[in-house]
Each structure stands twice: as C-alpha cells, then as structure tokens.
Ligand binder design. Structure first.
Ligand SMILES: N[C@@H](CCC(=O)N[C@@H](CS)C(=O)NCC(=O)O)C(=O)O
Length: 204
C-alpha cells in the first residue's frame, strides 16, 4: 500500500494519475496547504522542503517503509517499481527523461512564478512579463514536440506526459493561452479522456 500526501494542485495530481495508470494500490492522505500542514514537523520529517506531493511506500525496496518527495522522483520510483509509464526502448526512454526533467525544472517553476506574480496585490510588471513570456516560450517547445510525436517520449504515453498534464490543464493560471498551441490542446484532451486520469481527477 502506498500513502500519497496530496492536495489537488498541479504537482499533487501527478501522483494519483500515475498510480491509477499503473493499477497500484494507494490511499490519499489529504494535506491542507491553507492550514500549513505541510510545514508541520511530522510532514517535514517526510519532506524537509515542506511541499506536496510525498509518498510513503510501506513495502520499500528492502521490504521496509520508504518515503519519496519531489514529484519527478516519485514518478520515476513508481514507474520502476510497477514496471510501466517509461518506454523500454532506449531512445524513447531518453526522451521521456528529457521531458520529465524539463517539466520539473522548467515548466513547473515558471508557470508557478507567473501565476504567483499575476495575483499579487502590488503587481511587478517586469516579473509578470518575464515569467509569462518564459511560460509561453516553454509551451511553444512542447507544441513543437507534439507536432512531431503523439506523446512527449515519442510513440508511448509516459511519466513525462503525466508530469506536464498537471500544469498545462490550468495553463491559463500562468497567462498561457492554449488556443495558440493546437497540438498541445489535442494532447491535453487525449490525456483527459483516459479512464485512469478521470478516476484520479475525481479523487479528493
Ligand atoms: N518541485 C516540487 C514542487 C512541489 C510544490 O511546489 N508543491 C506545492 C503544491 S503544487 C506546495 O506544496 N505548495 C505549498 C507550499 O509551498 O507551502 C515537486 O515537483 O514536487
């Protein structure tokens, strides 16, 4: 059984989607971000960075419980443990890794900052412009990739698609207009229509 410390946010939703896709047993442990439960000592013992998502796998690699934080690390842990969502062909696997890291190091932080600066009571135009334009530029990189391949890794749906889905489905939050990116829109709809994704989106 895997406990998922979760809130329904762009990073949080990645993990139940992956678990549903993999058919793995899990239990959601809701974390109330508004009440700063993620900054409490019990939570910090699992993730010193004080953010969701985190998992606790009660049957870790040595049979003992293990915790994992950082959504990219969690997705890779689950893909390896349950043997799915990562292409086995070496070239596609490389692409999956590229786009997974591109999400956690690029798209996630830029979208997050764009949205945060857009919603401040005292706006800083330079910061909004910087993070919005960077979010749009990164979206254009994804658009180009999806013009040439159905999924980010290539022929197969993978953890890379799941990682990006969380933020792209709420792209508007970062000031990104999806109408400008038709391949990205089509890819979003295809992910959204997957039964495992539907099940995960209904979980709270
Ligand atoms: N790089 C981290 C980012 C995690 C993250 O930013 N989580 C947000 C929710 S989407 C959070 O916990 N925010 C609460 C806070 O910052 O206190 C990951 O990919 O897991």
């Amino acid at each position: 059984m895997i406990d998922v410390y979760f809130a329904p946010t762009p990073n949080g939703i990645k993990i139940p989607i992956a678990l549903e896709e993999l058919g793995a047993p899990y239990r959601l442990r809701p974390v109330d971000l508004g009440r700063l439960e993620q900054k409490q000592p019990e939570f910090l013992a699992l993730n010193p960075n004080g953010r969701i998502p985190v998992i606790v796998d009660h049957e870790g690699p040595d049979g003992e419980p293990v915790s994992v934080f950082e959504s990219g690390a969690i997705l890779l842990y689950l893909a390896e443990k349950f043997g799915g969502l990562l292409p086995s062909a070496p070239r596609e696997r490389i692409r999956a890794m590229e786009y997974l890291f591109f999400q956690v190091a690029g798209v996630g932080p830029m979208f997050g900052q764009a949205g945060w600066f857009m919603r401040q009571a005292e706006p800083i135009p330079l910061a909004i412009e910087r993070y919005q334009s960077e979010s749009r530029r990164l979206s254009a990189v994804l658009e180009s990739r999806l013009q040439e391949a159905p999924w980010l890794a290539g022929a197969s749906y993978s953890v890379a698609d799941i990682a990006h889905f969380g933020w792209l489905r709420v792209a508007d939050y970062a000031g990104v207009k999806l109408e400008e990116f038709p391949a990205l829109q089509d890819w979003l709809q295809r992910i959204h229509a997957r039964p495992a994704v539907q099940r995960a989106l209904l979980k709270r």
